[in-house]
Design a protein around this ligand. Structure first.
Ligand SMILES: Nc1ncnc2c1ncn2[C@@H]1O[C@H](COP(=O)(O)OP(=O)(O)OP(=O)(O)O)[C@@H](O)[C@H]1O
Ligand SMILES: [Mg+2]
Length: 474
């Protein structure tokens, strides 16, 4: 929703005032109207209570004419109050025919309204039947009261209420707008603060101390986003430095060797040796670049696509067989436990298990057994490689899956290992919707990853006991 919050709040306040004042005005007007009608009725009842006993008491025509004169005297000149006596005998009647033209001779007691020509407002009347007495027939005595003064009070009241509502609405809308603008001051200050954050300084954060509680959360989230940006930025910077660092050594070697070779006349054999050595360096550089491209793809969210339904045991066995020669030197053996069928990218699985096994071979105590465990964990297959070896510091353990991270920097560099093996394991796991883990307990170091191949993955049913433990011993 676009537009100003202050304006929207101002309009909302105004609408709220219109609603509240309308309900109050209607209620008050109804109540006042009831009171005024009650007052008119009371006045009519009062006049009847004075005159009815007099009319009831007399019957002689002589006396009656005196009585009718009295009624003339009681009628004010503006005819605000009027009297009628409705009866067949003209000697007893008074006030002439009823102004509304209706026949009142059969009416019974009660209030009514009658319209009088020349007056805007009706006259409220009360009819009382005076019983016959002697020669006098039954009479209908009607007292009428002009409702104009009462309705004027009601009209004035209504107009005042409408005026108060209109003024209130405008005032509340303006005040509401002002209050909202004032209340939103911290938001403006926050946005000014955010705008003034310097572009080059990723360490800068919004100051949350002075903010009202409603904005604290927003500012904290914003600071969190800045912190994540900073972390990503630092990672990128570190990554660039690492790539440059890793490529510098082979490049320096290449340049150095080539310069030395060019300094003197070389025979064909020497040049062939040089080219051979340069090729090895170039191959190492190519491998790093390929690994980097692979990791970049996984980070962009690339998923494993060449899936096939395989037995993890059989695939693990192939990887172990491929690495067999490297086990001999340290008199190591490998045992593979468990099995299940999963739908995975076989090539990626080999690559990642080989990385784990290569590390295990490198760091395992001589003449120990490396264990490959294939565990069915419900929706995931968990693959882990354990070897007996030096305990790994927990400080290193949490970083080992990061690119170019090596716990034993000096040794790893001399071995020309780049510290990319475990990050490739992590990339393969994420391409299969899985995760990685590492632990170092009781002299055994375990590195592993999980694979999810959702609907397609299933445990071998029933498990084949002969396959639960297999051993490749050298
Ligand atoms: N089984 C293990 N026992 C002890 N330390 C290990 C083990 N596996 C990995 N590490 C530590 O983790 C670091 C990172 O391993 P990773 O496989 O990513 O890189 P690398 O083996 O050094 O290089 P690369 O795999 O690229 O040749 C290693 O340098 C080592 O310090
Ligand atoms: Mg490795």
């Amino acid at each position: 929703m676009k537009g100003s919050i202050a304006k929207r709040l101002g309009v909302m306040f105004a609408l709220a005032v219109v609603l509240i004042t309308s309900i109050s005005a209607v209620t008050l007007r109804c109540s006042l109207k009831r009171t005024l009608v009650g007052q008119m009725h009371n006045e009519l009842v009062l006049r009847h209570s004075v005159l009815d006993p007099v009319l009831s008491k007399y019957d002689s025509p002589e006396f009656w004419s005196v009585l009718l004169q009295k009624l003339d005297g009681l009628t004010p000149s503006d005819e605000r109050v009027r009297y009628w006596i409705v009866v067949d005998n003209p000697a007893y009647s008074y006030g002439g025919p009823m102004p509304d033209g209706r026949d009142w001779s059969e009416r019974s007691d009660g209030f009514d309204n009658i319209k009088i020509q020349g007056r805007d407002r009706p006259m409220v009347v009360l009819l009382k039947i005076i019983p016959a007495l002697g020669s006098r027939p039954e009479l209908r005595f009607i007292v009428g009261l002009d409702s104009t003064p009462f309705t004027e009070i009601l009209d004035n009241f209504t107009e005042t209420l409408i005026l108060i509502s209109a003024v209130g609405m405008v005032l509340v809308a303006l005040l509401g707008y002002w209050i909202a603008r004032f209340g939103l001051g911290p938001v403006r200050r926050l946005s000014r603060q955010a705008n003034s954050l310097p572009p080059g300084d990723s360490k800068q954060r919004l100051d949350t101390g002075e903010l009202p509680s409603e904005l604290q959360e927003l500012a904290v989230s914003f600071n969190g986003a800045l912190a994540r940006q900073e972390a990503a930025w630092c990672q990128l910077e570190g990554f660039n430095a690492n790539v440059a660092h890793e490529l510098r050594t082979p490049l320096t070697n290449l340049i150095g060797q080539t310069q030395v070779a060019l300094a003197h006349e070389r025979d064909t054999g020497e040049l062939q040796d040089l080219l051979q050595s340069n090729l090895e360096e170039l191959e190492r550089m190519g491998a790093i670049v390929n690994d980097m491209l692979f990791l970049a793809g996984a980070e962009r969210g690339q998923r494993a696509t060449e899936l096939s339904d395989v037995s993890l045991y059989e695939e693990a066995l192939k990887t172990v067989e491929y690495l067999e020669p490297s086990l001999i030197g340290k008199h190591l053996s490998v045992s593979i436990k468990g099995d299940m069928r999963v739908r995975i990218d076989r090539r990626l699985f080999h690559r990642s298990l080989a990385n784990l096994l290569q590390n295990a071979v490198r760091y395992a105590s001589p003449a120990s057994t490396i264990t490959v465990s294939l565990v069915d964990a419900g929706l995931q297959a968990v693959v882990s490689v354990s070897n007996a070896g030096e305990p790994i510091d927990s400080e290193h353990l949490q970083h080992l899956f990061e690119r170019f991270y090596r716990a034993d920097e000096a040794r790893a560099r001399s071995d020309a290992h780049h510290g990319l093996g475990l990050s490739i394991v992590r990339a393969v796991a994420s391409m299969h919707g899985g995760e990685v883990f590492a632990k170092s307990e009781d002299g055994v170091n375990t590195f592993g990853f999980s694979l999810t191949s959702e609907a397609a993955r299933r445990a071998i049913d029933p498990p084949e006991p002969t396959r639960a433990f297999a051993q490749v011993t050298h």
